[in-house]
Design a protein around this ligand. Structure first.
Ligand code: AMP
Length: 190
């Protein structure tokens, strides 16, 4: 398995599990949220534009996100594969990613969907707000806006990957290592 999508609502644990996959299998972890937060930290032009949108719980325009992903993959061409965390989030992003990978003779192998009930997601995000000082995790109204966008715009991507038989649901509640064991088992099977 070379290219994996970690999918799930904000707070589902995508980044944590992506890091563990990276440690064990050496696939490169691409977190679009982290890339954007780094742009904000460095006060780049993109960062300034992104901050307003992220703090309001919105989505960055597709063209910008697709550019970020292309650049990242092109810069890391020697990698054996990637774990996508926070991307794709829209149908347009999925289609562009597929076309881009296909040109390189690559494809998405698996989509892991971390399933976590909303009450636990909210608890996790509020805890993370304190640890990471993320404005978008601090306000309950913004959290709900992100959940709504996830449900209406991002969740339909599940059907896209189900049709390709790449979809794999994972119970995202419990110990980090126990959740990872479930993922590991599936990666090792393929
Ligand atoms: P995350 O850390 O993945 O929750 O991302 C934080 C924020 O960055 C999101 O709420 C969006 O505003 C923005 N973002 C990250 N990835 C994407 C994406 N693929 N498409 C649009 N916006 C994104």
């Amino acid at each position: 398995m070379k290219n994996i999508i970690m999918f799930g609502s904000p707070g589902a644990g995508k980044g944590t599990q992506a890091e563990k996959i990276n440690e064990k299998y050496g696939l490169i972890h691409i977190s679009t949220g982290s890339i954007l937060r780094d742009e904000i930290y460095r006060k780049t032009e993109l960062g300034q534009k992104a901050k307003t949108i992220i703090d309001a719980g919105g989505l960055i325009p597709d063209e910008i996100m697709i550019d970020i992903i292309y650049n990242f993959i092109n810069k890391n061409e020697e990698s054996t594969g990637f774990i996508f965390d926070g991307f794709p989030r829209t149908i347009k992003q999925v289609k562009e990613l597929d076309a881009f990978l296909e040109k390189k003779g690559e494809k998405i192998d698996k989509m892991f969907v971390l399933d976590v009930p909303e009450t636990i997601l909210i608890e996790r995000l509020q805890k993370r707000a304190k640890l990471d000082n993320r404005a978008d995790d601090q306000d309950l109204k913004i959290i709900h806006k992100r959940f709504d966008l996830y449900k209406t715009i991002t969740l339909p991507l599940i059907d896209y990957y189900k049709k390709q038989e790449k979809y794999q649901e994972i119970n995202g509640v419990g110990e980090v290592d126990a959740i990872f064991s479930e993922i590991e088992e599936i990666i090792n099977e393929v």
